[in-house]
Design a protein around this ligand. Structure first.
Ligand code: AGP
Length: 367
């Protein structure tokens, strides 16, 4: 087993460090620099859909939420995202013009598999964003976009998530291309940003950054609760950060789109509550910072994820985790790495078994 972990203490840490390679494998051969072409080898007609349903569970669901933002933003098609356990029982409205996209690392999650069957029954075309080759879902889907992240053993999903989000970026570009919703310049800019991802994630894993995250994790490891906030395309980054922390450290964590804070969760804030805020470069950054100030004014402890060089906003935080600057549309992939590490080091500081957290299975094949 030690050999399989490749010198790392745990599969989870190994998989966190595999992300630059996993992302290269997700993207390679699919985005073409010179021609600006997106070649996903999907037989479905990208111009034929009037709406898209994204269906998944857990971390894959959060990847789907980023997907919604990317597809609606770039390809201008209405998207809804459901957790599979709800979708399969809510009598969804489906037609031949619906593209149902199921997202799954294992391809075996029973709720997602049943939701896929439900979508097919209604006449939807189906596409999978899947990691495991030849898994049950791939045998029932019209088409599969494999993410090629490689085997993921750690129960807490890491590299599958960043590869899923990158797959959604490619899908959004593929749909946008077919529908003519992007200028050539914008398409090039996004293709370039996508191709930069492996390098940026490599940079996010530099020894100095990892050490800094470890120190911050240890500083707050005694907290009973955590709050995570983010906005726009990075609201799901906050959701995923909170899920990771819960899964492997057993610390209670909640996550909200930052603008929702004043509608309730603000009542939780006191000097014992660490609040992780994703506040990287974005047109909404000013609004996020005003949410940070609201936390600060109530004595909350702010851990801010800021883009490299943003010294201006550092003064609003108790602790800053700097992350590499990235195009906003790809930033969820880069930003989440810091949150994976934050939960990892919190869990190890508390002596948890991160690869086999209590009560969890790698894939949930019974309802
Ligand atoms: C992630 O850390 C989880 N363990 C879990 O939420 C997982 O993402 C979910 O069960 C879906 O699994 P799948 O991608 O294999 O369908």
């Amino acid at each position: 087993e030690a050999a399989e972990k490749g010198g790392y203490d745990t599969y989870m840490l190994k998989e966190i460090y595999e992300q630059p390679t996993a992302l290269t494998n997700t993207l390679i051969g699919r985005l073409h620099d010179e021609t600006g072409e997106v070649n996903l080898d999907i037989g479905l007609d990208p111009a034929s859909f009037k709406r898209i349903s994204i269906i998944a569970c857990g971390t894959a669901y959060y990847a789907g939420l980023v997907g919604e933002y990317l597809i609606e933003g770039l390809a201008r098609i209405p998207v809804e995202v459901d957790v599979a356990s709800e979708y399969r029982y809510r009598h969804p409205i489906v037609s031949e013009n619906t593209l149902a996209i199921v997202v799954s690392q294992s391809g075996e999650t029973i709720d997602t598999l049943e939701a896929l069957r439900e979508a097919k029954k209604g006449g939807a075309k189906t596409l999978g964003v899947i990691n495991a080759k030849g898994s049950s879902m791939t045998r029932e889907l019209d088409d599969t976009l494999y993410i090629h992240a490689g085997p993921e053993i750690g129960v807490a999903s890491t590299k599958a998530y960043t590869s899923m989000v990158s797959a959604f970026l490619m899908l959004a570009l593929w749909l946008a291309r077919a529908r003519g919703t992007l200028t050539e310049e914008r398409a090039q800019e996004l293709l370039h940003a996508a191709r930069e991802l492996p390098r940026l994630v490599e940079e996010a894993l530099s020894p100095e950054r990892v050490e800094r995250i470890r120190q911050v994790a240890e500083k707050y490891a005694g907290a009973r609760d955590y709050l995570f906030l983010g906005r726009g395309v990075n609201a799901p980054t906050a959701f995923e950060g909170a899920l990771k922390l819960k899964e492997i450290s057993y610390i209670h964590a909640e996550a909200y789109a930052a603008g929702e804070m004043k509608h309730g969760p603000i009542a939780l804030i006191d000097e014992n509550l660490p609040v992780v805020v994703v506040a990287t470069e974005s047109p909404l950054l000013e609004k996020t910072i005003s949410n940070v100030q609201e936390v600060r004014a109530r004595s909350g402890r702010v851990i801010a994820l800021l883009s490299d060089g943003d010294t201006e906003n550092a003064r609003h935080a108790d602790d800053v985790l700097y992350v590499p600057r990235a195009h906003e549309m790809v930033s969820p992939v880069v930003n989440v790495v810091a949150l994976q590490l934050l939960s990892y080091f919190t869990a190890t500081a508390l002596g948890r078994d991160v690869d086999k957290p209590r009560n969890l299975a790698k894939s949930v094949t019974v309802e």
